[in-house]
Ligand binder design. Sequence first.
Ligand SMILES: [Zn+2]
Length: 336
Amino acid sequence: MFKIVMNILDTAGVQSTNSFKDSGIKGTLILALVENIQETDDNIRLILSNIKNLDKIKYHICSDVKLINIIVGIQSCSSKHPCPYCETNNLENVDTFTEDRTLGSIRHSASAYKSAGSNKKVAQHYTNCINQPLLTGDDHERILDICAPPELHLLQGIVKHVYDNMYKNWPHVSLWLDKINVKPTNYHHGSFVGNDCLRMLKNVDILQQMAESHDKHIIQKYVHILRCFYDVVKSCFGMTLDPQYDTYINQFKYAYKDMDITITPKVHILLMHVPDFITKHNRSLGWYSEQTLESVHHDFKRNCWEKQGYKRSIGHPDYSQNLTKAAIVYSSKNIS
Ligand SMILES: [Zn+2]
């Protein structure tokens, strides 16, 4: 089921007891719900455009980068200007900041792109802005101030990228996964699930021991980079912010630059935009985690849709009515 949910945050400061858990699925409202739908640009824009009055509340979009790009109106992460937060066309440069994307900059470029005939072959001349943002707000508002950097997908994407590069150099690394009980079958959308990523980061000592009896030199840098990344995760992912987070991100940056692996959009976002976001809000990324959606998905399906007898097959005369009812019952219970 494709869902859009709203998580209500107590800005007075409720702390989670588990630093890596999301802020809880209580307080979550289901705003939109569609079964059997592909996450295409057009479908997502159609659903989002029907959600009204967002401008009446203070909100953050908490979603993966793919969806953020669609919402703000730019092309995918494989385009020339892949970052939703800035106009960089060179991810490898992590020392110079590029112009921030704002609602106004995207609106302007998307209009120019349309006036020029909406030819995707030349979209890069318009910083890959191809649609008007689906967000209300003034032109000067920065995308970084509206769309939170997605903690879970940054964790998954960066661990997977480092692991894949390590595997290319040293296929024995798969034995490390066996030892720490991280199974390839746990791959989810082409990456490790969040808990497996954390297990890998927590068990770098075992990787180091294995590397010492195999090919220490090649793997040493990867061990170092995973340790640095774990320091970052402990300091500013989850619900508690370590004031040293900036130092840890910098140490990760230097460790990363010391390696001959590409800077992905997610690594770029961590290095170039996460410090800015955290400084502004003085909160760790867990407060804005997109993980809530994963919890809601299972909770709604099992405990409401199926268990409470609402479930009908698509096409059944009661389907639409029951789906709406289930969403209302679920949301009402969460905020009562
Ligand atoms: Zn950027």
